[in-house]
Design a protein around this ligand. Sequence first.
Ligand SMILES: *Cc1c(COP(=O)(O)O)cnc(C)c1O
Length: 433
Amino acid sequence: MKLYSTNNKNNIVDLKEAVLNAFPEDKGLYMPSQIPRIPDSFFKNIEQFSFAEIGFMVTSWLTQGAIPEKELYGIIHRAINFPAPVVEVEKDIYSLELFHGPTLAFKDFGARFMAELMSYFLSEEERETTILVATSGDTGGAVAAGFHKVPGIKVFVLYPSGKVSPLQEKQLTTHGDNIHAVEVQGTFDDCQALVKEAMVNPELKSAYNFSSANSINIARLIPQSFYYFNAYKQLKDKSKKIVVSVPSGNFGNLTAGLIAKKMGLPIHSFIAATNLNKVVPDYLKSGNFVAKPSIATLSNAMDVGNPSNFPRMLALYEKEGSTWNDLVSDLSGDAYNDSRTLSAIRDVNRNSEYLLDPHGAIGYLACKKHKVEEENCQYIFLETAHPGKFSDVMEKAIGEISIPENLLAYQSKDKVATLLAADFKQFKDFLLA
Ligand SMILES: *Cc1c(COP(=O)(O)O)cnc(C)c1O
């Protein structure tokens, strides 16, 4: 498999390099040079395959032998060991539930697959590898859970003290073993700066073999395509057009869906559903992309003003002069505010006895709007996290909800973290101690 950088088509690397060094020097993002079309027979027979089998086949086609079959089989079966069911919410509107993994959010798919793939590529190296990751909340939890007890890898998760929710903090600080939480007296940007400085510091580099588990790693995108195929498998009526609504922030999920469509998955079109951080819906309407500072909303995992995967979406459709035209034939965009989000949670709970989380609610709203405009389609929205992770918002919408046992289990564990000032010397001394 070959990948190129979106900033320089001549910068070509193999999968191992793209996974272990996710930041090309030209500051682009790695994209597959070729996205192969899957034979029609696969789609005809898709109902016979398990979720993991689908993941295995899709990865084999996409990575074209970069991972030996036997290894790939193990990687997929260890990473993708929980379901992604499609649930009917109302006539022709379905929820694709992506919250059945260990941290109850879709980021588990990417984090677990990335951990397995890194561990495989690093098994060829002699030295233990250390992952440094800065988090503002959910990503760090999924990464910590994904790498927990993965052999040969040690993880330091840096998070801003007092700026993550109590539950998120527990998901970062209670693993133990190879996962070390560092509570930084500063902001997310301070955490990010410490990580960046550490990675290039000569003394630390001679003591540690560093790698990064940042969110733009292509290894996080690949498994996010699996559940689109697996959702298609679960639909009973495959003759009706399928429209998929993706609640989006950094647009990794949507990019993975567009890749699945490029591979031949019969999805008619996608909807980029956002909160008021709507630079992509605005781009789809006007053809102009203008990054903005982010706005705080109730669906806070989507509060992104400059989506990191946007260049990848363009790259998929890039042709002389017609990128925007081609993109808008597959993708439309819609944005909803907090009061629409709360009333969607309330209405769906009342009418269908289904619990939307604040992110899925935005995906649902976009389905509802498009269904009025185009009747003869089936709509699927991604339910990106369990509502129990956002009990404060849920309480505003419908009152107290019950919290799943997985989450309660985190709450009862003891926090273990090293408290540091936002100061590089302190962080360095800590790592060298
Ligand atoms: C990260 C996240 C999103 C946004 O996904 P992107 O791939 O960044 O667009 C949506 N919902 C939840 C719950 C998330 O954690």
